[in-house]
Design a protein around this ligand. Structure first.
Ligand SMILES: Cc1cc2nc3c(=O)[nH]c(=O)nc-3n(C[C@H](O)[C@H](O)[C@H](O)COP(=O)(O)OP(=O)(O)OC[C@H]3O[C@@H](n4cnc5c(N)ncnc54)[C@H](O)[C@@H]3O)c2cc1C
Length: 411
């Protein structure tokens, strides 16, 4: 048993890590807290980065915390500090520069980093960007200001955000994705068609079923890309949204179980005592669906951070929630609620497409397991979203077509 004040170490100062640090300080006034990040900033709002990219939000509004906030709470924030190793026998975290941080409890809240574009011509060519950090965003904006044409690549949320940013900044924008429609894990061809129509209204050239085979550069900057289907697409800037790889490499050689992410139970505990994981990087047990999964949403990471803080300080609170991803989609909204997986054979789905306000279309898709409502996607009007979340939380039984119709048209 530790006789000294408790020592907490947190890897990652995103919303999960910073919320955990704040919670720990509230629950344990005497403990020491080291919050470690490789980034140069205190907590900022990743969800606000797209609006910063579009030019509708200034940089100051992206920041959530400053250094003084940490000092006031005696949270020792170490920026530009990369964790390279964890030793669970010695209970110590090691950084790239050889610093050692002993812990009584450790939180892994390291999120994920974007997958780079790996095709001939990409390596060594400038102005090919991922879009995850504040620094990514600043660099992209600088390049946008000297560009005329842009390519957003991929079928992920991030690729859409890039596409939106390029189009809003009046670049001639192409959106290229390998799949038959955007967000193919959640949507279906009809939902995809609606998203395409929205993007095209903003002048975007949307191309499906094709992929980049080569980046052709001139003087080290992209001139155009060649595609597998034989297209040549001009692009002064290429934004890449091919998904993320969760940051677990520093756990190599430890007994901590890692699958896609760091495996934790509903209390966010790993298989190794005193080690927890939270946020995007956590592959957590979700009692509402009876299995583990990862969830890349702000609300989930925030709630995880709070629960992890409570449990690290000696509490025993499970994480049970309906994860919800909401985002603007050009000039409409999208919400992905609960388990919305088009490719999951255990789920049944029903959808409705109807005219919405101001010439838009509304699209709603429900996901059911054994007639119980477990997830939904909404594009267009957000009306009825809160009620829908409640129904999903309660796993409402919707057996008859009339019951399903009522929820599809819920306002
Ligand atoms: C552009 C963009 C738009 C988004 N829009 C939405 C949205 O509209 N709605 C929504 O719900 N979600 C959105 N998300 C997702 C949401 O931002 C994330 O789910 C959330 O921020 C995850 O928080 P986190 O604390 O788990 O991890 P992160 O915020 O990723 O924080 C992890 C931190 O740990 C650091 N780190 C990693 N490895 C190490 C290491 N070895 N040593 C030190 N530090 C390390 C990372 O650099 C990072 O700073 C968006 C994400 C992006 C990138």
């Amino acid at each position: 048993m530790a006789t000294h004040d408790k020592r907490y170490v947190i890897i990652g100062n995103g919303i999960a890590g910073t919320t955990a640090a704040e919670t720990l300080r509230k629950l344990d006034p005497n403990c020491s807290i080291h919050l470690i990040t490789n980034e140069p900033y205190p907590l900022y709002n990743r969800v606000s980065l797209p609006r910063f990219l579009q030019g509708v939000l200034p940089e100051q509004k992206v920041m959530i915390r400053d250094f003084a906030w940490h000092e006031q709470r005696r949270i020792c924030l170490l920026t530009e500090t990369l964790v390279t190793e964890v030793n669970t026998d010695e209970r110590v975290v090691v950084t790239e520069s050889g610093q050692h941080f002993p812990y009584d409890a450790l939180l892994i809240a390291s999120g994920g980093w974007a997958k780079p574009l790996q095709v001939p011509g990409a390596a060594g060519t400038k102005h090919i960007y991922n879009f995850v950090t504040l620094d990514d965003t600043k660099t992209i904006i600088a390049r946008i200001l000297e560009s005329r044409t842009a390519l957003a690549y991929g079928g992920s949320f991030i690729s859409y955000e890039l596409c939106d940013g390029f189009a809003m900044r009046k670049l001639e924008t192409t959106w290229l994705m390998r799949g038959p429609y955007w967000l193919r894990n959640c949507l279906d061809p009809e939902g995809g068609e609606i998203v395409d129509a929205i993007a095209r209204r903003f002048g975007v050239n949307v191309i499906h079923g094709d992929e980049i085979s080569e980046v052709v550069a001139r003087d080290g900057v992209p001139a155009y890309v060649k595609t597998k289907q034989g297209r040549e697409i001009q692009a002064d800037i290429i934004g890449v949204g091919l998904g993320i790889t969760l940051n677990t490499s520093f756990l190599k050689g430890t007994p901590i179980e890692v699958r896609t992410g760091v495996v934790v139970n509903e209390y966010l505990e790993t298989n190794v005592p005193h080690v927890y994981a939270a946020g995007d990087v956590a592959e957590f047990y979700d009692p509402t669906i009876g299995r583990h999964h990862t969830m890349g949403t702000w609300d989930n990471a925030l709630a995880h951070g709070r629960i992890a803080g409570i449990n690290m300080a000696g509490g025993h609170e499970p994480y049970v929630d309906v994860p919800t991803y909401t985002s603007p989609l050009f000039d409409v909204n999208i919400a992905v609620i609960g388990t919305a997986e088009s490719n999951n054979p255990e789920l049944e789905s029903v959808s409705l497409r109807e005219p919405g306000e101001k010439g838009h279309e509304n699209y709603r898709k429900l996901f059911l397991r054994d007639n119980k409502l477990v997830g939904a996607v909404m594009i267009g009007s957000p009306k009825g979203r809160k009620k829908l979340v409640e129904l999903i939380r309660n796993q409402q039984v919707l057996a008859s077509p009339a019951e399903r119709e009522a929820v599809l048209t819920l306002k």
